[in-house]
Ligand binder design. Structure first.
Ligand SMILES: NC(=O)c1ccc[n+]([C@@H]2O[C@H](COP(=O)([O-])OP(=O)(O)OC[C@H]3O[C@@H](n4cnc5c(N)ncnc54)[C@H](OP(=O)(O)O)[C@@H]3O)[C@@H](O)[C@H]2O)c1
Length: 304
């Protein structure tokens, strides 16, 4: 019997890992570690899994949360602020070691190993810390969520006036992948007992540039005249979006990485693990556009 401990199981990715994991193993083999156990979802509460308190920012809670666990999923802390993220991840890795966890899975991001993108820096520091921890690990560089496209596409949202979408520094392909496929793949990878001491890449099956995205969104949402991607100076990008200069400057560092092709890599592993075709970007876009608030929600959720 292998005991699985999941963090982040109330979140967009973790809830999907949870949903799939309990189809693969008995609920009695699953422990959910939540920073706020009162926020456990109905799916968690009705599943029969054990719920424990485990807050990355209160390391003393993590010993109890991870005790008896054999395989632990550390879902990365939801912020692009470097310090809180790295400190949270280190606390979880240290606690996993103290608890005698046999195999740690960490959800990293698919930017390159030498990326200069701000959002990737805490992941790179965590990957290094985990590799040096002595623990058996699998680092999953999760692909860019199809659902998060507004963040990359100049904070565009349906109904926004004008047909120009401004991004700084340049365009490039992104191998978008939906959260359902990532969640299922992550659960199946955890159960498979493979890829020890490896960094794996979960991506979509096709890279789509932001210029192509302009055409796809215009077609799907019937926007006339069609949206046009415009690469503008960083200052213009910052001035034309809300969210605060600090955050926008940090986020602007994503685009040289996009232009460099860091997000255009297509890896067959996720498709192999799922044993079926992945959901296309267009399918997810259709779903997202039918939820009127989804663009705002994506920007709010991930612009922290
Ligand atoms: N691949 C991509 O394109 C992409 C996009 C955005 C983000 N990400 C990264 O991937 C992670 C998962 O994405 P997501 O969409 O599932 O994010 P999410 O929906 O914001 O979920 C984050 C999870 O972290 C939990 N959490 C918050 N504070 C915590 C703490 N102090 N200790 C322990 N857990 C805590 C949240 O619990 P509550 O629900 O109770 O707050 C939630 O379960 C994010 O956290 C982020 O690092 C990846």
């Amino acid at each position: 019997m292998v005991k699985y401990v999941l963090t982040g199981a109330t979140g967009q990715l973790g809830s999907r890992v949870f949903k799939n994991l309990i189809k693969l193993v008995p609920a009695s083999d699953v422990i959910v570690s939540l920073h706020n156990p009162d926020g456990a979802t109905p799916e968690i509460l009705s599943s029969g899994v054990e719920v424990r308190k485990g807050d990355f920012t209160q390391p003393e809670t993590l010993d109890g949360a991870f005790a008896g666990g054999d395989k632990l999923l550390i879902v990365s802390y939801p912020s692009i602020a470097y310090d809180i993220r790295v400190n949270s991840h280190r606390a979880a890795i240290d606690a996993a070691k103290r608890a005698g966890v046999a195999h740690v899975y960490y959800t990293s991001l698919m930017f390159a190993g030498d990326s200069q993108a701000a959002v990737m820096q805490a992941h790179l520091a965590t990957e290094k810390y985990l590799k040096e921890s002595g623990l058996t690990y699998t680092i999953i560089r999760e692909g860019i969520y199809s659902e998060s496209y507004p963040l990359y596409f100049g904070y565009w949202k349906p109904g926004r006036p004008g047909n120009e979408v401004k991004v700084p520094h340049g365009d490039g392909g992104i191998a978008w992948v939906c959260r359902d496929d990532l969640g299922e793949g992550t659960a199946k990878l955890m159960v498979s007992d493979s890829h020890k001491h490896e960094t794996v890449l979960f991506t979509g099956s096709r890279a789509i540039t932001l210029s192509e995205l302009a055409g796809i969104i215009s077609d799907v949402a019937k926007i006339e005249p069609p949206l046009q991607l415009k690469v503008v100076p960083e200052d213009e990008y910052v001035a034309s979006n809300e969210g605060g200069e600090d955050l926008l400057r940090k986020w602007a560092s994503t685009y040289p990485a996009v232009a460099r092709g860091e997000l255009a890599v297509v890896d067959p592993l996720l498709r192999q693990i799922l044993g079926r075709d992945l959901k296309t970007f267009e399918e997810t876009l259709n779903e997202e556009l039918s939820i009127s608030s989804s663009s705002d929600a994506a920007v709010q959720r991930y612009s922290k």
